[in-house]
Design a protein around this ligand. Structure first.
Ligand code: ZN
Length: 58
């Protein structure tokens, strides 16, 4: 069975807090909570989840 790149929406993303520090949208958290109650990266200050690659494991 292949264990491919697996996105886990249950885990909150890890934002770059240094980028989020001055952000008024997320108030420095780097993440925002959607209407569904899910955390996602603040699109105003964070590069975006699609730019992020899992580099620690293969
Ligand atoms: Zn932000």
């Amino acid at each position: 069975m292949a264990y491919g790149a697996h996105r886990s929406p249950l885990l909150p993303p890890h934002p770059d807090l240094s980028l989020a520090r001055d952000c008024e949208l997320c108030l420095g958290w780097g993440t925002v909570v959607t209407r569904d109650g899910e955390h996602e990266l603040c699109h105003a200050c964070q590069p975006g989840p699609d730019d992020e690659d899992v580099t620690s494991r293969s």
